[in-house]
Each structure stands twice: as C-alpha cells, then as structure tokens.
Design a protein around this ligand. Structure first.
Ligand SMILES: *Cc1c(COP(=O)(O)O)cnc(C)c1O
Length: 416
C-alpha cells in the first residue's frame, strides 16, 4: 500500500546506500531523516543488530528459538530473522499464519494462541500448521474436530504458572490451572503425535529464577499426569535493557533454564523458547518530530495510538536521543518533558518525564530507542496519523564508505 507522504529520495544522498529488501538503507539516522523528508514519524530498523541478537539465541539457547511474530511482523524483520537462521515462528492469528507462510515457505509455524476460532484452526491445518496450543478441554476438542482428528498433531498445553519478576504480567488471561493440567495432559497424550507444555513467565522478566520456578511447576504437573512429555517450551519474556531496568545477561537466563531442565527431568525433552521483545527490541527505534513546543510539553507526530503506546500507557522508559532540525549541537543541560501524540484525544499523552536537552525546538526529532518490539505493530489509524515510513540503517555509521552498496543490496534470499 502506497501512501502519499512517503517521499523516496530522488537523488541518492551521501548517506543513501541502496535498498535493504523493500527498505531504503542509509548510513546514519540523520541522513535517513533528512532524505526521507517524511511528514510522519520514521521507523528505524538496524538489521545488523537483529542478526547479532538472533545469533545470540541460536547459539546460546540449547533448543530451538521460535520468534513470537506479534512483537514485530514487518516483512523485512521476518526475512532478516530467517536469513539469520531462525526457522520457527510463533503465530497467534490466521493473518499471522498467512503472513509468515507466504513470506517464508520454509518456516515452521506454531499456532500458540490458546484460544483460536474454528475457521482459523481449520485453515491453519490446511496450510500445513501442525503445532497448536490449548489451555482447556473444549479448545482441545475444537482442535481435534477442526483437523478431522488428525494423527500428526503437536499439542502444547499452556500452563498458568506463577512466577514473579516480570514487568508485564501475562498470566492473568491464559493458562490451564495447575490442578487441571494433569487431566488435560493425559487426554492430549492419547491424541497427540507430539506432546508439549508451554508457559509464559511474563514479558520483560527481570529474574532468571522465574524460569526455573516455572520449569519446576511444569515438572510437578507432568509427574502428576504420569505421562511422557516430548517437548517443553519455556516461552518468551526474555528482557532488554531500558533506563532503570538493567536485567542480567541473556546467557545467565539460558544457563538457569538449562540447569533447571536437567534437574527436573527434562534433560531429554526437545526444548523451545519463544522470544519476542528480546529478539527485536534493540533492532528498532522510532523518530518522532516535535511539531510544537509549549514550555516543557512537546507535541509529537507519533503517540499512544501510534508506535508509542508503550511510552504512554505502561510508561516504558525508552532510551532517548535527539536529532536537531538544523544540525545544531544541543546544550548539555537537561529538562524533563511531557509528550503528546498527534491525535485529538487527550489520552494521547506520554507523561514521562522524558529527559532531553533544554533547547529542544520545533522540527527536532526525538528518537525512542529499543522500540523494535511492540512499536510499529501497535499503530492504529485513528485521526489519520500513522507511519508507513521505515528505513534500514547500517551499523557502520561513521564509515559510510567502507560498506559497499552491493552487500547491502543483497536482499535475503528465501529458500522454498
Ligand atoms: C507475546 C508472547 C511471546 C513473546 O513475549 P516477549 O515477552 O515479547 O518475549 C511469546 N509467547 C507467547 C504465547 C506470547 O503471547
């Protein structure tokens, strides 16, 4: 879909490197913002950061790392992950199934939403999906009925584990109560080709111990059911560093999980994890322009109905930086600002307080960093404000001439 506001650079600027897939690629954020001359906010994507993060999961976690697509379903993000070696994708809706299946025919899809429509189950199965999650007997029956009692199903019982330590609780909505779980597992064992349990300790989980506690609870349930389990899926929730939230290194999560699996009888089980945020957050940022300044209130061209939902509603502390409109150096002194989004709704407000230079002015761009997860995908179209402008930024910002355009032009090749 083309939008009038998207302005392609008519003549390659010094910072323009060519295409990264469907995205214009630049060597610097400032160069990108100036060349795109966008009326909307600008989504920045750092493919090399994403490749490194994917490698960290693929080499550090001993099982398979499946990407939770909802965190950022952009085609270039999905293709970059696939190219980096990610082959497993956690999808939650039939549109996500169709998106990933269409883009990455070699990917394995796991339909991990515990509550699916009958049409979605039927269509997903027809499209080759075999892995489905459930957290209730009625959902298990739906899966069986809509797949014609297929004999090649991989079924995952989503457990409602209790594990403290996440900034975003996810246990309030899904997950079988632990006292019901053994009965559900026994029933599923009779019909599943492969049987697994899954859980989610909550997003931005700051304590590796939350994973071992959840694994212990899963072990108790499996013991109670007296069945053999094929797969354990430890879910998402791996954290990212934000100001005031400095989690332990990813590797200490992996080590904690590995030893808990060995200790609690899962040494031989196939292992999966489902990172969303931790895979993609650091590979994205959103640049929002100051349209007007009133004292310490900044009126931006993006907000809570756009990519900045997390900055306004859960008041997530994103790292910030500023690109000045005129290239001036900013003053060292900091002020604390409140920000407003562009829609006419007074809810479209981000209290912050956001620390930025005292001399922020109209036309400057505020960069919300680490917003590659739950940013672009959150946009509504309320009031006509949204952005389809996404650009790739190559890492070597200081040495634009050392990367030749051809290496970046090499769009990910997909294996059918
Ligand atoms: C959202 C979600 C994830 C990803 O969670 P993160 O906290 O972003 O890692 C993984 N699995 C399921 C089932 C989810 O709903």
């Amino acid at each position: 879909m083309q939008v009038l506001e998207i302005v392609r650079p008519s003549s390659p600027t010094e910072d323009f490197r060519g295409q990264y897939g469907e995205l214009n690629c630049y060597s610097s954020i400032r160069g990108a913002i100036e060349a795109e001359a966008s009326n909307d906010s600008v989504h920045l994507f750092f493919p090399d950061v994403l490749q490194d993060k994917a490698a960290e999961f693929l080499t550090g976690f001993r099982g398979r790392s499946m990407y939770a697509v909802k965190a950022n379903p952009h085609a270039e993000v999905l293709k970059t992950l696939y190219t980096a070696g990610v082959r497993d994708f956690d999808v939650a809706s039939i549109r996500e199934v169709e998106l990933v299946a269409g883009l990455l025919p070699g990917a394995k899809l796991y339909f991990m939403h515990p509550i699916k429509s009958r049409q979605a189950i039927q269509r997903a199965y027809m499209m080759g999906v075999r892995a489905f999650a459930f957290d209730h007997m009625d959902e298990l029956n739906k899966i069986l009925e809509e797949t014609g009692y297929a004999e090649d199903l991989e079924l995952f019982l989503r457990l409602g584990v209790s594990a403290k330590g996440a900034a975003y609780e996810l246990s309030g909505k899904f997950g079988a109560p632990l006292d019901m779980a053994p009965m559900l597992l026994s029933r599923a064992r009779q019909v599943a080709m492969k049987l697994g349990v899954s859980f989610h300790v909550g997003s931005q989980c700051m304590r590796p111990g939350a994973f071992s506690e959840a694994i212990l609870q899963a072990a108790a349930v499996v013991g109670h059911a007296g069945i053999k389990l094929d797969v354990i899926d430890v879910g998402g929730g791996f954290p990212v560093a934000y100001p005031g939230m400095e989690p332990p290194a990813l590797d200490s999560y992996f080590q904690t999980i590995h030893s808990a699996l060995d200790m609690h009888g899962f040494a031989d089980a196939e292992t999966l994890c489902e990172p969303g945020r931790a895979l993609v957050a650091e590979s994205g940022a959103v640049a929002a322009r100051v349209e007007l300044r009133k004292g310490t209130d900044l009126y931006l061209n993006d907000g809570t109905y756009g990519a900045l939902f997390d900055a306004g509603v859960p008041e997530w502390p994103f790292p910030l930086s500023l690109i000045t409109a005129d290239g001036r150096a900013t003053l060292d002194e900091t002020s604390f600002y409140r920000c407003f989004g562009p829609t006419c709704d007074s809810c479209d407000k981000m209290e912050g307080p956001f620390p930025l230079p005292v001399d922020v002015a109209e036309g400057d761009w505020v960069i919300f960093e680490h917003l590659g997860a739950y940013g672009h995908t959150m946009q509504a179209r309320f009031n006509g404000f949204y952005s389809e402008t996404m650009v790739a930024i190559s890492r070597e910002t200081d040495t634009p001439n050392t990367i030749s355009v051809p290496t970046l032009v090499a769009a990910p090749t997909l294996i059918a």
